[in-house]
Each structure stands twice: as structure tokens, then as C-alpha cells.
Design a protein around this ligand. Structure first.
Ligand code: NAD
Ligand code: AKB
Length: 316
């Protein structure tokens, strides 16, 4: 189908990824053809730029009505509870992350939607997965409820593709760094807060130890990866669970040193909390060679380039 014929529903559009993904999709498909939806109120950055509906993904009937009423052909499902918040209420995280996905998959099958996008996470990996260059296929034993829900979700996506031919595509995002919309309660959120605190207070107390390396990505790369995967011909998409993608890996000490190059008075301290155990269970770096060869994935931002862009945008 040509971009003009598509009608897209973004669920969770007021969140950290949702705002920027909705903006990017509206540029490609036209403002009127991308319906933003969320449980929360519409994000200020989206107001006046296209249609918005208030929607609870857990209400399957309401979701189904919206898909039919708006003639939706593609769904991007972003509503979820992330790793740190999930550990505070595991039952709720499991319920939203699983039932929300199953509702969308059922409707995609019944209404024969063109495509569905649903993100997974590096949180699927656990302490027994390789720490360096963690491969696409490896031992996967997550320790968080978020990671368990993402891993189970990956296999539901694979199942709906194999059994019902639902064209669902997915990426295992690393920690995402951005300045437009606030993060939603992940272990990697420190790498966003650090910029805000450095600019406002010239100091930051980090919830992770200084040498905790984690895979990270700047939001423009994440949005581009998502759209490139969704636009790839179905014949190039060999992975129907979720793709590893990678951009950079750094520790709190390294990002602190990079910020210090621009704000010399910046000081960091460390007060590790329950998020340390989560971070320790994840790989330090990711092997994304399958995404590179299947649909040409290549990141543009490293730590240096991202830091410059984050500081410039937050200052302005
Ligand atoms: P977020 O928490 O910022 O946004 C999620 C949005 O979903 C929020 O606006 C929230 O109001 C909405 N929502 C919650 N419950 C809902 C419901 N019942 N119905 C409708 N909307 C509801 O999260 P995010 O960072 O934008 O993440 C989006 C997706 O990407 C999630 O699946 C997350 O697991 C995944 N992901 C994110 C990151 C990251 O670093 N941000 C990394 C890996 C994977
Ligand atoms: C989190 O920290 O929970 C997210 C993720 C890596 O999925 N940023």
C-alpha cells in the first residue's frame, strides 16, 4: 500500500517514544493519517498537529471500535510499563504488557491489518546471556517482570506471524535517550536525567555504579530504525520475534566525563539503588549484525555526537 493509503494508530503516543514517532510518521503519511492515542492527555508537542483519541489498550472493545471507525491499517503499540516501575508493581506490569499486546494482535488478525509494530527491549536478556556483543539468538533468562513480559511478547508476535500471517515487526531497543518527552520509568533513565541535572544544578547523583556499562541509543536513531524496519519488504524480515539493534555503550562515569567537556563545573556522585541489580543483569553491548544484513540497519549517533545534540537542544 502507498503511504497515502495507510491510516496509522499509535497507542501510547504521549510517551517518550510515542511523541517523536508520531511526529515522524505524520511527516511521512500526512498529519490526518496518523491517529495518536493514549490513556494520558495529549502531549503538548502533538496538540494541533493531527487527530488524537483517548484510548485504553486494555479495553479491547473500545480499541476494536476505534480501529474500525478510523479505518486503521497499521498499529504501533507503545503502551507498556518499563523495567524500574515494573518491579514496583509486577502484576500490573505483566497484565498491561501482555494483555495490551494480545488485544492488538487479535484485532490485527480479525481486521487483517497491514502491519503492526511492537517494541521489545534488551531487558529480555538476563545474567546468563553473554555480556559483550550479545547475539540475536542466545541464552535468554530475564530476571525482571518487564523482561519476562517482553520475552513472552516476542513469542506471541512470532506465533501470530506464523499461525495467522499477521505482519508484526519488532526491535529490542537499548536504553533510549531523548529530550522532547520525559522517560517512563526505566533503569536507563539516568542517562536522560543526567543532562537535565548537569544543565540546571551542575551535579548529578546516579542510581547506578560508575562502571555500569549498558547499551544505549539516541532517539533519532531509534525512530529511524523503527521506520526502516517497518518499510522493509516482508521478504527481508527474517526475525519475527524481535531484532537486536545497537548504537553505543557507555557507563555513568563515561557519559559524565563527556558532559564535563562542555560543562567543566559538572560533578557526579553515585548512590546505587535497586536498579543496579537490573542493570547488572543486562548485557553491556549488543551484536546487531542480523538487523544490519536483513534491512540495512546502521546507527548515526555515538556518545560524543549525542551529547552535543542533547545539550544544544536542552539549552535552547
Ligand atoms: P513511556 O512510559 O514513556 O510511554 C508509554 C505510554 O503508554 C505512556 O504515555 C502511557 O500513558 C501510555 N499507556 C500506559 N498504559 C496505557 C493504556 N492502558 N492504554 C493506552 N496507553 C497507555 O514508554 P516509552 O519509553 O515511550 O516506551 C514505549 C515502548 O518502547 C514500550 O513498549 C517500552 O517497553 C519500549 N522500550 C522503551 C525503551 C526506552 O528506553 N524508552 C527501551 C526499550 C523498549
Ligand atoms: C528500561 O530501562 O526499562 C528501558 C529498556 C532498556 O527497556 N529503557
Amino acid at each position: 500500500m502507498s503511504p497515502a493509503k495507510e491510516k496509522i494508530l499509535v497507542i501510547g503516543a504521549s510517551g517518550q517514544i510515542g511523541v517523536e514517532l508520531t511526529q515522524a510518521l505524520r511527516k511521512i503519511y500526512g498529519n490526518a493519517n496518523v491517529v495518536a492515542s493514549d490513556l494520558r492527555e495529549e502531549n503538548d508537542l502533538l496538540k494541533g498537529t493531527g487527530p488524537y483519541v483517548s484510548l485504553d489498550v486494555m479495553n479491547k472493545e473500545m480499541l476494536h471500535v476505534q480501529v474500525i471507525r478510523q479505518n486503521i491499517t497499521q498499529v504501533y503499540l507503545l503502551a507498556a510499563i518499563l523495567s524500574a516501575t515494573g518491579e514496583k508493581n509486577p502484576g500490573l506490569a505483566w497484565h498491561l504488557n501482555m494483555q495490551g499486546l494480545l488485544n492488538v494482535l487479535d484485532i490485527a488478525r480479525d481486521e487483517k491489518l497491514q502491519k503492526v509494530y511492537w517494541p521489545s527491549s534488551i531487558a529480555v536478556f538476563g545474567p546468563t546471556s553473554p555480556k559483550e556483543n550479545c547475539p540475536q539468538q542466545t541464552i535468554i533468562e530475564p530476571i525482571t517482570v518487564y523482561g519476562i513480559s517482553k520475552y513472552a511478547g516476542e513469542f506471541w508476535c512470532n506465533y501470530f506471524h506464523r499461525r495467522f500471517r499477521v505482519d508484526i515487526r519488532s526491535i529490542r531497543y537499548p536504553g533510549l535517550i531523548s529530550y522532547k518527552s520525559s522517560p517512563g520509568g526505566g533503569t536507563t533513565d539516568y542517562a536522560i536525567e543526567i543532562f537535565q541535572e548537569a544543565l540546571e544544578n551542575k551535579k548529578y547523583s546516579c542510581c547506578l555504579q560508575k562502571d555500569t556499562y549498558l547499551p544505549m541509543m539516541y532517539m533519532p536513531d531509534a525512530i529511524r530504525a523503527t521506520i526502516e524496519l517497518m518499510e522493509a519488504p516482508a521478504s527481508s524480515v527474517s526475525v519475527r520475534t524481535s531484532y537486536n539493534v545497537s548504537a553505543m555503550s557507555f557507563s555513568p562515569e563515561e557519559i559524565g566525563a563527556e558532559i564535563k567537556k562542555h560543562i567543566p563545573e559538572f560533578r557526579m556522585s553515585y548512590a546505587p539503588d535497586y536498579r543496579q541489580e537490573i542493570a547488572n543483569s543486562w548485557p553491556k553491548s549488543i551484536d546487531d549484525s542480523v538487523a544490519r544484513s536483513d534491512w540495512g540497519w546502521k546507527p548515526e549517533y555515538n556518545l560524543e555526537k549525542m551529547t552535543l545534540d542533547m545539550l544544544a537542544n536542552l539549552q535552547s
